[in-house]
Design a protein around this ligand. Structure first.
Ligand code: PEP
Ligand code: MG
Length: 894
């Protein structure tokens, strides 16, 4: 098969691999596609990801001579593909009279913005630079390009610190009293090039900067291949769940020049606003510049549209005003691209002497808010259908929208305003570098990473931070793009921020601050505030409501919530919960007013003592259930009877024992001895769950009574009852359930007799131990429903303690032993088998058995997909995860 695919010019390929992202990468596939639909794309060729993998496996040994690592066939194919570019453009690489220059850029199947390497202006040397000056008639341009090339090539291919070159440029400008790079003359660039070559030679132990253009080309190809395995690329892949074995393609493309004077420019743009989803062109451009100038935030770019410029109150003209013809062409291309790809596109372009060229298009990264708006708008416009709209939004991204935002009425002590680079509110302590961000976040603090500008080396710190603030850089700077992708609020280009990293101090405007001070960011407005600003609950109507409505129409499974307070229940109802999947009643026992009665019950010497304490708890439990059933009238409510080992409720410390002694009349010594008797070596496998109900039936009796009395009362008061589903935890045998079901039914009968009314209810169990899954057929004889408790089922199937696993799970995931944390995303291969088996065996015994999941996995999209495939009736998730589950359930049914 082909190692290289040409595009542009008269290149055409019927080979499906030529547009297969896994083979030619996203950039290569889209360049080929754009060229085919007639867009202006400079000719080039793409080396496949397969060649990258082959090289990394066989040729990456740095001791091998340059080019020794490349296969013979690849060397041959690159040479002939280079011929395609040369023939199309009518220039030759290395021709000293009229040289071809190329860019060499990475492009993996899944885009990893800024993570891998690029070399521009390749093909320049001491001779070709003269030729370029001649044919372009622009000496300044030629030498500007050469200095760019030397710096970039030295950095990317030769591994020389780019700071050395930047420093030399700064000094040169200072000496000449110049402010901007664009003020440098041809002569001044020439002098700088001499200096740059000297730097390169010095850093390479006297070896001169490579003049052989073929050597340059292979050096750049090799560097792009190598960058797949760079540390930052690996971290990015880990953070974004991108496999490590895909490799990157390499795109070699004829250069077009945005730095050929004032009729030339370079820019990046989105076909719609990636922060809000608004239907307006969005982007930035720089006149007389090359691509990396925009992304690196070296000069503050200009707006694309007049409207955007006016809204920002900027005075430098927009592209629409400065280059109306090229702008009109760009607008035409935007519309063609959206029609073709049916999604928002993120574009790089160059204008060379008034002529527009497209260098890249890809599906644009977007905030959660924009993702929603784009999906709903595009469906409304008829660009996509409803199902596609549902599939367009990442359920996990909804999380960003469900959390509180800054209260517009709360007082704000605004320190400064920068660009609104990524929306959302974030408050935290100032940290000045990525490592500190990671350390402080690691000990549980919220931090805001404050940098002059961010670079790919900061990625771990950006991930650890709750928000990002930069002094330099535009809306498409590294910080802005990465922050939006991660869902971190970001304010960029806040030029009033002055950082003194050595002293760990900063000034924002006239105010002095230090690392560790608290600030708040409003990413939607670009504001930076001192201290922490109050927040309000999110808006659930609008686009969110529309997409959720569509999702509800297309999903089969029901979505319930794990909740045990009336407040959580109300919130979950607002988020669309259709009932309770798990009410952990022990959480109601911890309340300050009750804990002493609970302790009295636990430490009682006999049943009578326990009953006396339980009598105090009964009215409290009944009140809890009453309030919850009020909120959940007409809906199924799974109430789980007491689950955890009793010693979890015991007093700690002398003061608590003394308090308890005072209320119970027992001596402290007596209480301590009783507490000692309750000690367990392995409480998770000890006296908990239904084992409590078997040994102390009065506890479950009290709880059952509270449930049924509350249900009857709610029915009497409102005419509508909830449907209680009484759930027995930690069952492993049919007999346990038989005993406890009889207990619950007896209490229900008593209560209905006393109240003179009845409510429908079910008794069922959790399947959360391997034996329960194995014996599900028998257990189903006693159970009207199963709820998979995948937290305990994971813990006991893997033999991994859910409370201690964090110490080694990180390394396990890093080393690929587990693809994901099995307590977050269900181990489908292993634990999943038990779930599937139990579901099948349960159904075989009882055809209408209700099946649900209430472990944490009920809110994880991948696990939800598995639940859909297993045919569960519902998933249950914590309130904030309910919308995520609704969308994920819909996606799983499509
Ligand atoms: C479970 O084990 O999955 C479960 C939902 O119960 P808990 O987390 O309370 O043990
Ligand atoms: Mg459990």
């Amino acid at each position: 098969s082909q190692t290289v695919y040409p595009f542009g010019g008269n290149a055409k390929s019927d080979d499906p691999r030529a547009k297969d992202k896994t083979i030619v990468g996203g950039k290569g596939a889209n360049l080929a596609e754009m060229a085919e639909i007639g867009l202006p794309v400079p000719p080039g060729f793409t080396i496949t990801t397969e060649e990258c993998l082959d090289y990394l496996e066989h040729g990456a040994d740095p001791s091998t001579e340059l080019r020794a690592g490349f296969a013979e066939k690849l060397r041959h194919d690159v040479t002939s593909a280079l011929g395609h570019i040369e023939a199309t453009v009518g220039k030759r690489l290395g021709d000293k009279d009229d040289p071809l220059l190329v860019s060499v850029r990475s492009g993996a199947a899944i885009s990893m913005p800024g993570m891998m390497d690029t070399v521009l202006n390749l093909g320049l040397n001491d001779e070709t630079v003269e030729g370029l000056a001649q044919v372009s008639g622009d000496e300044r341009f030629a030498w500007d390009s050469y200095r760019r090339f030397i710096q970039m090539y030295s950095d990317v291919v030769l591994g020389i610190d780019h700071g050395l070159f930047e420093e030399a440029l700064e000094i040169a400008k200072e000496d000449k009293d110049l402010y901007a790079d664009t003020e440098m003359s041809a002569e001044e660039w020439k002098e700088l090039v001499a200096e740059y070559k000297q730097i390169a030679a010095d850093e390479r132990g006297g070896e001169p900067f490579p003049q052989d253009v073929t050597e340059q080309l292979w050096g750049a190809i090799r560097a792009v291949f190598d960058s797949w395995d760079s540390e930052r690329a690996k971290i990015y892949r880990r953070l974004n769940d991108i496999p490590h074995d895909m490799g990157t393609a390499v795109n070699v493309q004829a250069m077009v020049f945005g730095n050929m004077g004032d009729t030339s420019a370079t820019g990046v743009a989105f076909t719609r606003d990636p922060a809000t989803g608004e239907k307006s062109y969005y982007g930035e451009f720089l006149i007389n510049a090359q691509g990396e100038d925009v992304v690196a935030g070296i000069r503050t770019p200009q707006y694309l549209t007049k409207a955007a410029r006016e809204a920002a109150g900027a005075d430098k003209p927009s592209m629409e005003e400065a280059m109306p013809e090229a702008y009109a062409e760009l607008a035409r291309v935007f519309d063609l691209l959206e029609q073709h790809y049916r999604d928002m596109q993120d574009i790089e372009f160059t204008v060379e002497r008034g002529h527009l060229w497209m260098l890249q298009t890809r599906t644009g990264k977007r905030t959660a808010k924009a993702a929603l708006k784009l999906a709903v708008d595009m469906a409304d416009e008829g660009l996509i259908d409803e199902k596609t709209a549902i599939l367009r939004v990442d359920p996990m991204a909804l999380d960003q929208l469900l959390h509180p935002t800054l209260d517009p009425d709360a007082p704000r002590d605004v320190l400064t305003t920068g660009l609104p680079a990524s929306p959302g509110a974030a408050a935290g302590k100032i940290v000045l570098d990525a490592d500190t961000a990671e350390q402080w976040a690691g000990r549980g603090e919220s931090v805001i990473l404050v940098r002059v500008e961010t670079s790919p080396e900061d990625i771990h710190g950006m991930h650890a931070a709750t928000g990002i603030l930069t002094a330099r850089g535009g809306m498409t700077s590294h910080a802005a793009v990465v922050a939006r992708g991660m869902g971190r609020p970001c304010v960029s280009g806040a030029s009033a921020v002055v950082i003194d990293r050595a002293k760990r101090l900063l000034k924002i405007g006239s105010r002095d601050l230090k690392e560790g001070d608290l600030i708040t960011l409003d990413g939607a407005k670009g504001q930076v505030m001192a201290g922490e600003v109050a927040t309000i609950e999110p808006e659930l109507a609008g686009d969110f409501g529309t997409l959720m409505e569509w999702a509800d129409k297309h999903r089969r499974m029901r979505v319930r919530t794990n909740a045990e307070t009336p407040n959580d229940c109300r919130m979950a109802r607002q988020f669309g919960a259709e009932g309770i999947g798990l009410c952990r009643t022990e959480h109601m026992f911890f309340d300050a007013g009750r804990i002493s009665a609970v302790r009295e019950m636990i430490l009682a010497d006999d049943e009578n003592g326990r009953r006396a304490a339980l009598d105090k708890l009964l009215p409290e439990q009944r009140k809890d259930f009453h309030e919850i059933f009020e909120v959940m009238k007409g809906l199924s409510c799974t109430i789980r009877l007491l689950d955890p080992p009793l010693h979890e409720f015991l007093p700690h410390g002398d003061a608590e024992f003394e308090d308890l002694a005072a209320t119970t009349g027992h001596s402290v010594e007596h209480l301590k001895r009783r507490a000692g008797e309750l000690h367990e070596f392995n409480p998770m496998l000890g006296h908990r769950g239904c084992r409590l109900g078997i040994t102390y039936p009065e506890i479950y009796e009290m709880q059952a009574r509270a449930i049924f009395e509350a249900a009857c009362d709610v029915k009497a008061a409102s005419g509508e009852a909830p449907l209680p589903e009484v759930m027995i935890p930690l069952v492993v045998t049919r007999r346990e359930l038989e005993i406890l079901r009889a207990l619950v039914e007896r209490v229900a009968g008593d209560v209905f007799g006393e109240k003179g009314t009845v409510v429908d209810y079910l008794v069922g169990t959790m399947i959360e131990l391997p034996r329960a899954a194995l014996m599900a057929g028998e257990i189903a004889e006693e159970a009207r429903f199963f709820s998979f408790g995948t937290n305990d089922l994971t813990q006991t199937t893997l033999g991994v303690s859910r409370d201690d696993a964090s110490r080694f799970l990180g390394p396990y995931v890093d080393r690929g032993i587990f693809a994901r944390d099995p307590f977050v995303s269900l181990d489908i291969d292993g634990v999943g088998q038990l779930v599937t088996m139990a579901a099948e065996r349960g159904r075989a015994t009882r055809g209408d058995i209700k099946l649900g999941i209430c472990g944490e996995h009920g809110g994880d999209p991948a696990s939800i997909r598995f639940c859909e495939e297993t045919g569960l009736d519902y998933v249950s998730a914590s309130p904030y995860r309910v919308p995520i589950a609704r969308l994920a359930a819909a996606q799983a049914s499509l």
